[in-house]
Write a protein that binds this ligand. Structure first.
Ligand code: HEC
Ligand SMILES: [Cu+2]
Length: 356
């Protein structure tokens, strides 16, 4: 009976460990499969510090085992007193110098990379015509969603960050309400988004996201911020420069469409009545809206960062937002609007696309 119980315990421990390891092989969210230079350098630091720690553990275990085996009372007798090494210069030198060397080995690369990653001097560089040479994205973290503004391009989007591959992308990070933290596990980070100051860094994206399982990298909030913290996800779409430029042009064009009231469908009309106060459907503008910009909602991979992106889930979200994302700041519309009306709105939102 006892033996069976022990086996069962071991099994559940291994099962629990498997759950933790399950994320390791997934390219879209694994720190262990970095897809950008920053992530790769951070991975090197991770391996270095793990290696040093492993070395310390192994060395201590070996000395410990030698001590146990060599100085057994049964072998040396009750009254044996080992050689006294108190005050030994050599030994004290050894156990001071080795840890100092290990700490230096850890500290020098860590400090070097910390400064390298936060070097954003190229952020404000402009060419002869005054245009910014590098892409800058202003990220605002809010309970529980992400807003991405491209200040030099005059567009804004939410929940899905779109960036070009193979170049440095510079980020200004800020939070609108409480502290959050911006993290794209496979690319790099994390860096806190604070309310009172702007944190800056850069990332590079080496891999096109269309080759990934869901066509996107996963982004996360990495600072406990409230009941729906675990659902404060975002996605990252990485495109070659030419396709990114096309995306920007299409996003800018969403600002030109003026609603033709006569031609608008029921969904669009309802949206204008109930939702436009918090949500824009033009990507042209600045950050600071109450709700996520929906100009490219039809191109998203998820709803609200985590729900399946289809019409059925969208109606579920609209009718009871609190059930799905407790504490979020969007009101529920299940009592105000009929199923038919919600479906009409959902159909309209799904049609908002700059890629199709
Ligand atoms: C009081 C402001 C407010 C109103 C009114 C409002 N919303 Fe929202 N909406 C929000 C906020 C805030 C969020 C972000 C919730 C989150 O993820 O934490 C949101 C999220 C969403 C999302 C998910 C966005 C994404 O990119 O995944 C959709 C879709 C949406 N709202 C549609 C609507 C529709 C349709 C209406 C009208 C029937 C509406 N909203 C009315 C504030 C509002
Ligand atoms: Cu959070």
């Amino acid at each position: 009976m006892m033996k069976g119980l022990k086996k069962w315990r071991l099994f559940s421990l291994l099962a629990a460990l498997t759950v933790f390891l399950a994320g390791c092989g997934q390219e879209e969210l694994s720190t262990l499969l970095p897809a950008g230079q920053v992530g790769k350098d951070q991975f090197k630091l991770l391996m270095l510090s793990s290696g040093i720690m492993l070395f310390v553990i192994v060395a201590v275990m070996v000395i410990y085992l030698i001590a146990i085996v060599r100085f057994r009372r049964s072998k040396l007798g009750e009254d044996h007193i080992p050689e006294q090494v108190e005050g030994s210069h050599t030994l004290e030198l050894v156990w001071t110098v080795i840890p100092v060397l290990l700490v230096l080995l850890l500290a020098v690369p860590t400090v070097y990379y910390t400064y390298k990653f936060s070097n954003v001097t190229a952020m404000d560089v402009v060419d002869e015509e005054g245009n910014a040479e590098n892409l800058v994205v202003d990220v605002t973290a809010k309970l529980y969603w992400w807003e991405f503004e491209y200040p030099n391009l005059g567009i804004v989007t939410a929940q899905e960050l779109v960036v070009p591959t193979d170049e440095k992308v510079y980020f200004n990070l800020i939070a609108a309400d409480v502290k959050h933290s911006f993290w794209i596990p496979a690319i790099g980070g994390k860096l806190d988004t604070n309310v009172e100051n702007v944190n800056k860094f850069y990332l590079t994206f080496d891999k096109e996201s269309k080759d990934l399982k869901d066509g996107v990298f996963y982004g996360k909030c990495a600072e406990l911020c409230g009941p729906s913290h675990a659902l404060m996800d975002f996605k990252v779409k990485t495109l070659p420069r030419a396709e990114f430029d096309k995306w920007v042009t299409a996003m800018k064009a969403t600002g030109e469409e003026t609603t033709d009231v006569a031609a608008a469908g029921q969904g669009e009309e309802l949206f204008q009545q109930s939702c436009i106060g918090c949500h824009a459907t033009s990507a042209v503008g600045e950050s600071g809206a109450v709700g996520p910009n929906l100009a490219s909602f039809g191109d998203r991979n998820r709803i609200a960062g985590f729900m399946d992106h289809d019409q059925e889930s969208l109606v579920e979200w609209l009718s009871d937002t609190q059930e799905h994302k407790p504490g979020n700041l969007m009101p529920s519309f299940g009592e105000q609007l009929s199923d038919e009306e919600l479906n009409a709105i959902a159909e309209y939102l799904m049609s908002l696309s700059v890629e199709k």
